[in-house]
Design a protein around this ligand. Structure first.
Ligand SMILES: N[C@@H](CCC(=O)N[C@@H](CS)C(=O)NCC(=O)O)C(=O)O
Length: 241
């Protein structure tokens, strides 16, 4: 679509949102992304949940588009997703999620302001970054990107992390309480990948039920189009190996 048309739509959408009393970006927020990238998918679903239009900038990391001088000037760590909100540059998906809710959320429900509730969301996000997503990558990155085989030890480590998540979910509807938060959106992308890759996590009953519930909750925010489609794309890389 013509850029000026995209901008006009953005201005009209924001005027409507402002009329409903919410804060909205003055310019479209740019997101450097690639559809199968799991952390990009969590940012895109969160933006939908917040009713924020993103200007998506396709950044093909397979073709080195994240290592151009311009990209490295913006993000020397050359990762996607990277966000540009009117010159404010941010990377690390979980930092982007918290920023978007803090800056543009109509309510705090996706990232509660209550200190204890927020601390639980932060704990889950840190668990995801440092343990769950890390162990998922320890198992699947060698298979996806280096043609290596299934590593039972890495699978066992991942399974251990799934068990910890299962315990965190005991007596809870969502990972940090009774309502959907950005922690669910960050964590769900791991499970969409595991499902697409055929990793059986059904023994973790709380996790399996939470996954189905979270998929449904995210349906209005593009779950199938963004997350499931991205996970299937990644799975097709896996099958080729
Ligand atoms: N922890 C980061 C991970 C970002 C990341 O590693 N993204 C991958 C794509 S899924 C990437 O940019 N890889 C290219 C590179 O690191 O050079 C986040 O959540 O944003």
């Amino acid at each position: 679509m013509d850029k000026s048309v995209v901008h006009k739509i953005h201005v009209a959408n924001n005027a409507a949102a402002r009329a409903k009393g919410s804060r909205m970006p003055t310019q479209p927020i740019k997101l450097y992304y690639l559809p199968p990238s799991p952390p990009c998918r969590s940012v895109m679903m969160t933006a939908r949940a917040l009713d924020i239009d993103l200007e998506l900038v396709l950044t093909n990391i397979m073709q080195g588009e994240h290592k151009t001088p311009e990209y490295l000037k913006m993000n020397p760590q050359h990762t996607i997703p990277t966000m540009d909100d009117s010159g404010f540059i941010l990377w690390e998906s979980r930092a982007i999620l918290t920023y978007l809710v803090n800056a543009y959320g109509r309510t705090d429900s996706l990232y509660p302001k209550n200190p204890r509730q927020r601390a639980l969301v932060d704990q889950r996000l840190n668990f995801d970054l440092g343990t769950l997503y890390k162990r998922y990558m320890d198992l699947y990155a060698p298979m996806l990107f280096h043609g290596q085989g299934y590593n039972d030890e890495a699978a066992e480590k991942l399974n251990e992390a799934l068990g910890w998540l299962n315990s965190m979910l005991e007596g809870r509807v969502f990972v940090a309480g009774d309502t959907l938060t950005i922690a669910d959106i960050s964590i769900v992308v791991v499970f969409s990948n595991l499902e697409a890759f055929g990793f059986d996590f059904s023994a973790h009953e709380n996790v399996a039920k939470w996954f189905e519930r979270t998929k449904k909750s995210l349906e209005p925010y593009g779950y199938e189009e963004i997350d499931q489609a991205g996970a299937r794309m990644l799975a097709s890389f896996l099958k080729k190996e």
